[in-house]
Design a protein around this ligand. Structure first.
Ligand code: FAD
Ligand code: SF4
Length: 354
């Protein structure tokens, strides 16, 4: 049994004081718990052993509000379902609604929070198996995925220490939308550009993000993105139609002129790297080009430049490279044709839901 202390906080200041204080029962750092859909699984599997759990569910951080700049502020504790079905998100950021609704299941989305979604850990099968080494769990112990089963693993940005991927759908859309993550710590507040929030594994795959252990995500800011609302698409390719993580996913958004030419493009790919993958050069290449397959194929080639397969034989992920290329083109074609507002299955508890 791993002892840990459990406290609850009703103000941000109390939560920060609790996470910074020395836990009485065990050495090591504390963790916040929000929806608990990831951290509790990790604790039950003995993969994470926080010395303290600080329950933040009572903090007043579940609002979704417009910002004076014309963007939207998503509370860290707003549930994924509340965010996806929020009328302002659905209307102004349909890419984000679609990405959230492509993830998990209705029950999990009702529980999972926006802050927790950003910090969910990889789904690498070796990471979840406490009986094998893993550099992400214990730096220096080894990476059995390299040369092993790597079907779900990275084709971009991997290192000799870890080839895991980030599993979130929501984060792929947030990367494309250039969200900003706002955090508080006992030392003050800071804002982190989404592109700088998640890390590539390098020599420290145990560190997923640039967030310090005593920092609390308070909200996620979406900059104005009206130009993209009419032409966006989230495409998720996976082994099952629901309740499965992406092999490859693409968040694509286009700002199109009346002449059908691309004014601006945004493309992020999920399931291919340790963080949602974006390359500004691919987007710049599309500016001024006709919104058609030939232009999109060039952008896809640039995005996947340097992609490398991992694993061996049947466990290899070599199929992901052509799959990602085709997915980028298809997502851009779908976006060009116009956003399809697809809220997936009816919301749990609403008429027509299971
Ligand atoms: C069966 C299953 C299928 C799933 N499928 C998908 C999928 O297809 N796509 C997808 O994107 N996701 C999927 N998920 C993941 C799910 O979206 C995440 O588990 C969820 O978003 C985590 O949110 P939470 O509030 O439950 O986080 P928690 O489990 O409470 O916390 C997760 C981490 O975030 C930290 N944390 C939480 N809030 C804050 C905060 N405000 N500030 C600082 N730290 C914080 C915690 O300390 C912890 O380290 C799936 C999960 C399950 C169990
Ligand atoms: S890919 Fe990363 S998470 Fe998976 S076993 Fe290797 S080090 Fe661990």
């Amino acid at each position: 049994m791993n002892p840990f202390s459990f406290t609850s906080a009703s103000t941000v200041e109390t939560a920060l004081a609790q996470i910074a204080s020395r836990p009485p029962l065990a050495p090591g750092v504390g963790k916040f718990i929000a929806g608990g859909t990831n951290i509790l699984d990790l604790m039950k599997e003995n993969l994470m052993r926080p010395a303290r759990l600080v329950d933040i569910n009572a903090l007043p951080l579940d609002g979704i509000e417009s910002t004076p700049e014309g963007g939207l502020r998503l509370g860290a504790l707003a549930r994924n379902a509340d965010t996806a079905y929020h009328p302002q998100v659905a209307r102004r950021y349909p890419l984000l609604s679609a990405a959230i609704l492509a993830g998990a299941s209705p029950q999990i989305r009702n529980m999972a929070t926006n802050g927790g979604n950003l910090l969910q850990r990889t789904r690498c099968y070796y990471f979840y198996d406490a009986g094998v080494p893993c550099n992400k769990r214990k730096p220096g112990s080894g990476c059995p995925a390299i040369g092993g089963l790597a079907r779900q693993h990275a084709i971009l940005g991997a290192s000799a220490h870890c080839i895991a991927t980030h599993p979130s759908d929501m984060c792929v859309a947030l990367q494309a939308l250039e969200a900003v993550v706002h955090v508080r710590s006992p030392g003050g507040a800071r804002a982190i550009a989404f592109a700088d929030f998640h890390r590539l594994p390098g020599e420290r795959p145990d560190i997923d993000t640039t967030l310090a252990h005593d920092e609390l995500i308070t909200h996620i800011e979406l900059p104005p993105a009206q130009a993209f609302a009419g032409h966006s698409a989230y495409l998720k390719l996976r082994d099952r139609a629901s309740y499965a993580f992406a092999l490859v996913s693409v968040a694509a958004a286009l700002d199109l002129g009346d002449d059908g030419q691309v004014r601006q493009a945004r493309i992020a790919i999920g399931g291919v790297a340790h963080k949602p993958w974006r390359d500004a050069r691919a987007e710049a290449l599309l500016a001024g080009q006709p919104a058609e397959a030939a232009s999109f194929e060039q952008a896809a080639d640039l995005l996947l430049h340097g992609a490398q397969a991992q694993g061996v034989g049947f466990g290899s992920n070599d199929f992901k490279i052509p799959m990602a290329r085709r997915a980028v083109v298809r997502a851009l074609m779908t976006a060009a044709a116009g956003t399809v507002t697809n809220t997936g299955e009816p919301r749990l508890g609403e008429e027509g839901s299971p």
